[in-house]
Design a protein around this ligand. Structure first.
Ligand SMILES: [Zn+2]
Length: 158
């Protein structure tokens, strides 16, 4: 996405929720932090901090990796973003979609995808009810080989 696109696109509800979380955390809404929120709100890719940095850096050359990390930390602490852990690549993947769902991580290509799941919403309610916790997030990550990587493996074996 070009800088022009970043500047001219209207703010969506998810992005606004992330910005609001940063305000609550007392962080200044710098253009860099806004761009991080916009990127998180606009991607289904479950990016790592490095991937967010690489995506936003071209339009904001002054962006530092430390800013990406402290922005993500604040969002995770407030439950606005979920930290999913690794996908076989040793890096934490982040998910701005906090609606209850299952994540699937491929250990081969390190992609993480969503699977909507009614049962997770019920599980969330039950965990909150029975633990007394105020739940800020959940990591429900299944891992394995995605269909694409399975096909590639079959082709390689043939
Ligand atoms: Zn894969």
């Amino acid at each position: 996405m070009s800088r022009q696109a970043i500047v001219s696109q209207p703010t969506n509800a998810l992005e606004e929720r992330l910005l609001q979380a940063l305000r609550e955390a007392g962080l200044r809404l710098t253009p860099q932090r806004r761009a991080i929120c916009r990127y998180l709100a606009g991607t289904k890719e479950h990016p790592t901090a490095q991937q967010i940095f690489a995506a936003v850096k071209p339009d904001f050359p002054s962006l530092s990796l430390a800013t990406v990390y402290n922005t993500l930390d604040a969002l995770v602490r407030l439950g606005a973003v979920h930290a999913l852990g690794g996908a076989g690549d040793g890096a934490i993947h982040y998910d701005a979609d906090t609606n209850p769902h299952v994540n699937l991580a491929c250990l081969q290509c390190h992609r993480v995808v969503d699977l909507p799941c009614e049962t997770v919403a019920e599980l969330d309610r039950r965990v909150a009810r029975e633990s007394g916790y105020r739940i800020l997030g959940a990591r429900l990550v299944y891992y394995g080989l995605c269909p694409d990587c399975q096909r590639a493996e079959q082709r390689a074996a043939a």
